[in-house]
Design a protein around this ligand. Structure first.
Ligand SMILES: [Zn+2]
Length: 90
């Protein structure tokens, strides 16, 4: 899904329990931002002391366990992704 309007300006949605006291200015991810692992559009930015890492939803989830402890900030825009079709059985 590509948004070419460049109108990413919505409020950052913070997950409950993910409380940080830092006030890092985080710019929204753009369509041009690419996953460092596979080159897909990035929806997750992880800020570590060495710099920023960008991941698609898939790789963000894959690396989350090891990156979370060292992440200074975890910016997740995967809610922009269309919901994956879930297997619904009536
Ligand atoms: Zn990826």
């Amino acid at each position: 899904m590509h948004d070419t309007t460049g109108s990413f300006g919505g409020p950052t949605i913070r997950k409950a329990g993910d409380v940080t006291t830092t006030a890092l200015a985080t710019s929204p991810l753009k369509a041009a931002d690419r996953c460092d692992s596979c080159g897909a559009q990035a929806y997750i930015r992880v800020v570590i002391k060495e710099g920023d890492l960008l991941f698609c939803g898939h790789h963000g989830r894959r690396h989350e366990a090891k990156l979370r402890p060292v992440a200074l900030e975890w910016h997740d825009e995967t809610d922009r992704l269309a919901p994956q079709p879930t297997t619904v059985t009536d």
